[in-house]
Ligand binder design. Structure first.
Ligand SMILES: *Cc1c(COP(=O)(O)O)cnc(C)c1O
Length: 393
């Protein structure tokens, strides 16, 4: 379509990749499940040579993601971690230094602590919600700030615009933001000044727990070309079938996000009033210390929250086990409400001391609020409270 630029994101995610498929006019973009492409004569192709480099179905998802990111190009990867790994291999070399959010997805911290660090890349784990601490951590060889906001699992926020200003006041220092928890529709990191926006498309973009995938987007064409070369070389591109499934998911992203936000708000407000609940962490609550920052840089408060009960760690686990509708499973951002215990799941690689320092207590519960009716989820919490707290409640 020629006048795409005028459309809103909710229109673009549905129509940005419409093509007239010549054999049948199928309304869905086809799955190009192919490893290679025919040369009409030696060296003459339609732009596709081999699916480790590029694939039309992957490209269709990339266009849809670029549309929600508000840029022209995005790249899709085998997983969110493959996206971060490709980013590091593309932009960093031995001797470079990275400033990393200290509260961060467990896989990202493992990547730096156990893999990237072995290649001579230095890093500092920093409280990126504290701008002074960030300034102090920057060294002459710092080339990348990798920030997660809201952070997994305690929803701590970092000010993207302020961090971009700090990064850009130094030479050759790029800001990348892991925007998985909100997606660009609720927080446009590129507009806020970040150089690179990273998503685990496994979460809200797919939205249905059907695929594992990741994406990177930037306004900087030189970075895109570098990442494209590294992706082609190390083979981290997404598989066509996964892109096709995520393409179906992204069509309902705007509608799903609106419902995730309103359901999470209802659940957070309800939880906060329950006598069994000690604390709720949700950026939309008045009790959330960084609510003003959320209102400034986000267009919604998202579907993720965390809470602690007035209970021992053992009873916290008993509560999770007593739930029947909210499902204990890793991952987030899907239509199903998923509940996890970060200390034994996503953040189990950190020592108890480090977890305590970062505000990830052994009693912290992470909740990804899905699209079920909130009253059914509340009824589920009520029966689990009764099962654990019994007459005490
Ligand atoms: C899941 C997740 C990742 C990793 O993505 P995968 O698709 O699982 O590889 C990175 N960051 C955040 C915030 C995540 O939730």
């Amino acid at each position: 379509m020629s006048d795409q630029k005028d459309f809103q994101p909710s229109t673009l995610v549905i129509h940005s990749n419409r093509v007239y498929e010549s054999q049948s006019n199928s309304i869905l973009f086809p799955i190009h499940q192919t490893a290679t492409y025919i040369h009409e004569s030696v060296g003459v192709t339609k732009g596709y040579g081999y699916s480790r480099g590029a694939n039309p179905t992957v490209n269709a998802l990339e266009q849809a993601i670029a549309a929600v990111e508000g840029t022209t190009t995005a790249l899709c990867f085998r997983s969110g971690m493959a996206a971060i790994t490709t980013l590091c291999m593309g932009l960093l070399k031995a001797g470079d230094h990275v400033v990393l959010s200290d509260v961060i997805y467990g896989g990202t911290s493992r990547l730096f602590h156990q893999v990237i660090g072995n290649f001579g890349i230095e890093y500092s784990s920093v409280d990126t919600s504290n701008l002074e601490e960030v300034e102090q951590a920057i060294r002459p060889n710092t080339r990348l700030m990798f920030v997660e906001t809201p952070a997994n699992p305690n929803l701590r926020l970092s000010d993207v615009k302020a961090l971009a200003e700090i990064a850009h006041s130094h030479e050759n220092l790029l800001l990348a933001v892991d925007n998985t928890f909100l997606t660009p529709l609720l927080q446009n990191c590129l507009n806020l000044g970040a150089d690179i926006s990273m998503l685990s498309t496994t979460k809200y973009i797919d939205g249905h727990n059907a695929t594992i995938g990741g994406s990177l987007a930037t306004h900087n064409e030189a970075i895109i070309e570098r990442l494209r070369l590294v992706r082609k070389t190390i083979g981290t591109i997404q598989a066509p079938m996964d892109s096709w499934l995520a393409l179906q998911g992204i069509k309902t992203l705007p509608a799903r996000l609106a419902l995730h936000c309103s359901n999470a708000t209802q659940i957070a407000n309800w939880l906060e009033k329950q006598p069994q609940v000690e604390h709720v962490y949700y950026p939309g609550l008045d009790s959330f210390p960084q609510k003003a920052l959320a209102e400034k840089q986000q267009k919604g408060f998202g579907g993720m929250l965390a809470f602690e009960l007035h209970a021992s760690t053992e009873d916290t686990l008993n509560f999770i086990n007593a739930l029947k509708l909210a499902t204990c499973a890793e991952s987030l951002g899907s239509v199903e409400t998923l509940i996890t215990h970060p200390a034994t799941a996503s953040h189990c690689d950190l020592t108890p001391e480090v977890r305590a320092k970062l505000g990830i207590s052994d009693r912290l519960i992470r909740l990804s609020v899905g699209l079920e009716a909130p009253q059914d989820l509340i009824a589920d919490f009520e029966q689990a409270f009764a099962a654990v707290f019994g007459a005490k409640a």
